[in-house]
Ligand binder design. Structure first.
Ligand code: RIB
Length: 300
């Protein structure tokens, strides 16, 4: 059997990370103790995680000339970058505040990520077949079109609706094979007004999402309280691995990349959840987005 290929159509950003005492409050001006710039974007981070985990991954998207270094970095990790187009306009940018507890808060400027055209999508999808995976986040344009066209080809679709926007309700969500959300995205998606903060409430949220999307495998990540898996009548919970937290940026992206890579290797879902949790814990113990993601050599 041919190993499925992964097409990740996703964002490529330049991350500007400010180390701050606390996340800035409305009307407040604060100084940062350190500033660094590095390659990021939920899409690019997930491609890096997939490639570092040993999967065959193609990244498609769009950068400006200021983002050419992201292409080089992804290629260096083994990502096939032939479907990344370059435009005259600036790349996506992220302003990241990282507080003393290493929690982050992010502002995005989408830049070239929302210049992707339907023609480029058609050209790219032409290369992929039934059984290949399409991985999506929510930082580019034409997501509905991507889902529809990929499904026509019988590709499998994994969607991580981050950051959450109300436009998500217009997407053909019933077509998804795998949905990966955190508790805030899950709450929005289920149109719930409840507070989700403990095991009992997370299980209720997962049940709700599984009922809404009966054909989709759902993964609900809940930060340091672990992650849940639900599909039909199956339910699982995976704890986090405790490590000294240095930087939580891209922890979710690492989880997505390692979960999917483990799944494609044919590992049981319990093991996929465990591998994803281990990889995410390694990522949070190091600084940066892509650079913090563990490699196959140090992992498997
Ligand atoms: O998930 C982390 C990523 O979110 C950052 O790299 C930033 O670019 C934003 O897309």
């Amino acid at each position: 059997m041919q190993i499925p290929r992964i097409l990740n159509y996703g964002s490529l950003n330049i991350d500007h990370t400010f180390r701050v005492d606390h996340i800035v409050l409305p009307g407040q001006t604060i100084s940062s103790t350190a500033l660094s710039s590095s390659a990021g974007g939920k899409g690019a981070n997930q491609s890096a995680a997939l490639a570092k985990a040993g999967s065959v991954v193609f990244h498609a998207g769009k950068v400006g000339k200021d983002g050419l270094c992201i292409i080089d970095l992804l290629s260096g990790y083994g990502v096939d970058t032939r479907f990344i187009r370059v435009t005259e306009h600036p790349s996506g940018q992220a302003i990241i505040q990282l507080d003393r507890e290493s929690q982050n808060s992010i502002i995005l400027y989408p830049g070239s990520n929302i210049e992707i055209t339907k023609e480029e999508i058609d050209e790219t999808l032409h290369f992929f077949h039934a059984g290949d995976y399409l991985v999506l986040q929510n930082e580019i344009c034409h997501t509905a079109y991507l889902i529809e066209q990929a499904k026509k080809k019988d590709m499998r679709i994994c969607f991580n609706p981050a950051p959450f926007k109300n436009e998500i309700f217009d997407l053909p969500l019933h077509e998804l094979d795998i949905l990966i959300v955190n508790e805030l995205e899950g709450k929005e998606l289920s149109r719930s007004s409840q507070i989700y903060s403990d095991d009992h409430s997370f299980r209720k949220l997962l049940d709700k999402l599984c009922t809404m999307m009966p054909h989709t495998q759902i993964i609900l990540t809940v930060g340091n309280l672990g992650s849940y898996y639900g599909f039909q009548s199956k339910r699982l919970w995976q704890d986090i691995y405790q490590v000294p937290v240095v930087d939580t940026t891209a922890a979710g992206d690492t989880f997505v990349g390692y979960f999917l890579s483990a799944k494609i290797r044919g590992l049981p879902v319990e093991v996929c959840m465990q591998k994803a949790a281990i990889a995410a814990s390694i990522a949070v113990s190091r600084s940066g987005a892509m650079v913090s993601i563990p490699t196959a050599e140090e992992f498997w």
